[in-house]
Ligand binder design. Structure first.
Ligand SMILES: NC(=O)c1ccc[n+]([C@@H]2O[C@H](COP(=O)([O-])OP(=O)(O)OC[C@H]3O[C@@H](n4cnc5c(N)ncnc54)[C@H](O)[C@@H]3O)[C@@H](O)[C@H]2O)c1
Length: 355
């Protein structure tokens, strides 16, 4: 049976979702919603989507849908997800899960009560690099996770959406960007229980990148952090160091802004890096050996990993299995994000409460 999909939010990420769903056999994007009439018309027109709605509630009422994909900012994630479950659909919600843990818990509870899938858009797990690392870890040759250093450093502010407004996006360099590498670190480490977080954060805008604001309204609404660093401790002794930046002074290449997104993870037996992709262990004599399987291709490109995540969610719904990125896991990420922001605000280490 053809799967009926609806996408809410036709901005940067919504367009990528619609395109990826349309490429899958047996999947029809039957409706899209956006409050911005131009974006709605542009996405619906480009992909020939018949159902077009300014109000997502009208979209849901015109269902049923098998799957609703939510590509609006975090401020809308909880209300839209819970309404989609009430309308009987499974949900793919973009990252971060929500504005805060309380909203995230309500979303996970609603999924459970409805008996529906809640998947979340942590697409970096679907890059060939992440797959190579997770396969290596699953082989048992990494050993117990010890320490991860993860970072996402960009030279520009993502002005195309309201990522710079914390009350809309849930946060800046962490919740909008580095959160992908927080998720990836936890995924590789097997989602250990977080215990404490200690963090510092700041906003250097407009002293840095002040001249890049699209207009004075956007500049006056910049409430998110653009530089953040955190240290997180976990049960069992594992720890994580995380850095996020939108104001990194790395030069772009031929006018294209550049970024540095990666992680190094140390296990008891081996060490892996995401980009450039490396997997290294040691010989019995202590010499470092390259354990990256011959012929492994390195690829961290973005739209193909989103398309692979979407293919996984569609398969999960069809086969009544959990998706690779679950709502429960995204809630653990959210607990750490909330704790990092709380610690930065208080200027001291904070305990991460068990759910
Ligand atoms: N997985 C990834 O790598 C990735 C990349 C980019 C964005 N995202 C996430 O996707 C989400 C959207 O980000 P974006 O960059 O596409 O932002 P965007 O601003 O480009 O798109 C958001 C769209 O939502 C629409 N919208 C706002 N309120 C609405 C409402 N009530 N009903 C319907 N539509 C509404 C806006 O008009 C806009 O077109 C965010 O949660 C973001 O973190 C994820």
């Amino acid at each position: 049976m053809t799967m009926r999909v609806a996408v809410i939010g036709c901005g940067f990420q919504g367009r990528i979702h619609v395109e990826a769903f349309r490429r899958l056999a047996g999947v029809d994007v039957v409706a899209v919603a956006d409050t911005d009439p131009q974006r709605l018309a542009s996405v619906a027109g480009d992909f020939g989507v018949p159902g077009r709605f300014a109000d997502y509630r009208a979209l849901l009422a015109a269902g049923p849908y098998d799957l609703v994909s939510i590509c609006t900012m975090a401020v809308h994630h909880a209300a839209m997800t819970i309404a989609a479950f009430a309308a009987g659909a499974h949900v793919l919600c973009e990252k971060p899960l929500a504005l805060n843990v309380a909203e995230g818990e309500a979303m996970v509870d609603a999924a459970r009560a409805a008996g529906r899938v809640l998947a979340v858009g942590y697409n970096m797990r679907f890059t060939p690099n992440a797959r190579a690392i997770s396969q290596f870890i699953a082989s048992g040759r990494f050993g117990a996770p010890v320490f991860t250093r993860a970072w996402a450093k960009a030279s520009q502010i993502p002005w195309w959406g309201e990522h710079y407004r914390k009350e809309v996006s849930g946060g800046g360099a962490l919740a909008s960007t580095a959160v992908h590498f927080l998720d990836l670190a936890l995924y590789f480490a097997g989602f250990p229980e977080p215990l404490t977080a200690s963090a510092s954060a700041t906003r250097l805008f407009p002293r840095k990148r002040g001249g890049t604001a699209p207009d004075s309204l956007a500049a006056s609404r910049f409430t998110a952090e653009d530089l953040i660093g955190a240290h997180v401790r976990f049960a069992g002794g594992y720890w994580l160091s995380l850095e996020g930046s939108w104001i990194d002074n790395r030069p772009g290449v031929e006018g294209v802004p550049s970024w540095d997104y990666s992680l190094d993870a140390i296990g008891e037996q081996a060490q892996v890096s995401f980009d450039p992709l490396t997997i290294r262990g040691e010989a019995p004599g202590g010499e470092i050996v390259d354990l990256l399987p011959a012929g492994t291709s390195s690829d961290v490109s973005f739209p193909p990993s989103v398309a692979a995540l979407i293919a996984d969610v569609v398969d999960a719904v069809r086969n009544a299995r959990p998706p690779l990125v679950t709502g429960e896991q995204a809630l653990v990420v959210q607990r750490i994000v909330d704790a990092i922001y709380r610690s930065a605000e208080l200027g001291r280490e904070v305990t991460i409460a068990r759910p």
